[in-house]
Design a protein around this ligand. Sequence first.
Ligand SMILES: [Cu+2]
Length: 102
Amino acid sequence: MIAAPPPPARIQVVAQEFRFALSRQTIKAGLAIIELRNSGQDAHDLRLRRVGGTRVYALPLTQSGQTVDREFKLLPGTYRLYCSVANHRALGMQATLVVQRR
Ligand SMILES: [Cu+2]
């Protein structure tokens, strides 16, 4: 018998000026559905980069009141999350997500 793959982890990231609020700080490695909800006034996006890694995972520019989600396969590690619009990262739109080994 083949075990069914585990369901994807889910996390919601709410964007406002100028911060991110994560529904959880830690998820399990593997498939993850990341939802970006823009509760602010300006448009925002979301980038994820694993510390020590080079790949940048991107959720697209999202207008006020809109929600987007993307599914990624995440390796274990610590990820820096940030908004790449203008100087939003420096203004505080950054967060940390820990992806744990299963
Ligand atoms: Cu932003």
